[in-house]
Write a protein that binds this ligand. Structure first.
Ligand code: GLU
Length: 295
């Protein structure tokens, strides 16, 4: 089988409809994959039922389809992949790279929420599983847009959770297992996740998995400079009017607006966008979203 030089993905959590911020990651990851002549996959990250909104995954996939962002392989659902996460956790436990933890949030409060030693007062019937993070776990990587990034994982987050005490697999474990299993070579996502990347690299190293190239796109911020919650980028995108939204996202990605002026259909716009995309124009700083939503 020929090796695929570039495989990217978009991995939304089904916690609501796709908004401008998530569409920036979807379109940005699609453009970078197309520009590289690579593949682009979609994975629904439904490992956290308490946070899930019924029907949200279908709505998200319908929105991607309305925007012409069609994955190159069938959509994967994390809820159907628990056996893979179990196998990874068992391998780490067997090698003593992970351990069962009975600490509660209240137990950890005295340690500012950072787990370095078990301080549990009593055993839980369903303990969590944590990765053993050695002292001095200094992880660095070169983000393709944000540049050099470093974190002392032991001090910043400590022994982090792989399986929660409520039985849910943690995002950090599921994303690492799936990125490797799907042969993802390039992870493109929002800069709100850059803090998670050192944990994911540490986990890849513990599991003997390759580390993909990372590119963290700028965040969309509200006019007050804070992450958008109730304003523009948190509004669901209008799946009935993809063209203005795609043009808005294109400009937010720093691309030359005139490239897409003539497009009259989604297919035409995406073709012109794929041909005219210039990664060097991506901005690394957060973007302030102002005005009214594109529609
Ligand atoms: N599921 C995560 C989210 O929606 C993104 C995970 C990722 O791209 O690594 O925030």
């Amino acid at each position: 089988m020929p090796s695929i030089p570039y495989c990217g993905r978009f991995a939304p959590s089904p916690t609501g409809p796709l908004h401008l911020g998530s569409m920036l990651a979807a379109f940005g990851s699609w453009l970078l994959a197309r520009h590289a002549g690579g593949q682009w996959l979609v994975r629904i990250e439904d490992v956290d039922p308490p946070r899930e909104v019924p029907g949200a995954a279908d709505t998200q996939l319908a929105t991607l389809a309305a925007f012409g962002l069609n994955p190159d392989a069938p959509v994967q659902y994390q809820s159907r992949r628990h056996a893979l996460y179990r196998a990874a956790a068992d391998a780490l436990l067997a090698q003593d790279k992970a351990f069962l933890c009975h600490c509660s949030r209240a137990d950890l409060a005295s340690q500012h929420g950072v787990h370095r030693h078990c301080v549990a007062n009593q055993k839980r019937p369903t303990p969590a599983i944590r990765l053993r993070v050695a002292d001095g776990s200094h992880i660095t990587f070169d983000d393709a847009l944000q540049g050099h990034f470093a974190q002392d994982v032991d001090r910043a987050v400590g022994d982090f959770v792989l399986l929660r005490a409520d039985g849910c697999w943690a995002y950090q474990l599921a994303v690492v297992v799936d990125d490797a299993d799907q042969h993802i070579t390039h992870v493109v996502r929002g800069a709100d996740l850059i803090d998670s990347t050192p944990r994911q690299i540490l986990l890849q190293q513990a599991l003997g998995l390759p580390t993909p190239q990372y590119l963290h796109l700028p965040l969309l911020l509200g006019e007050d400079g804070h992450k958008l919650s109730k304003s523009l980028s948190a509004l669901p995108v209008n799946a009935n009017a993809p063209l203005p939204v795609l043009r808005w996202l294109w400009a937010a990605l720093g691309q030359a607006p005139a490239t897409l002026d003539a497009a009259t259909s989604v297919a035409e716009l995406l073709q012109q966008a794929a041909a005219g995309f210039e990664p060097a124009r991506l901005r690394k700083q957060s973007l302030i979203a102002t005005g009214s939503p594109p529609a």
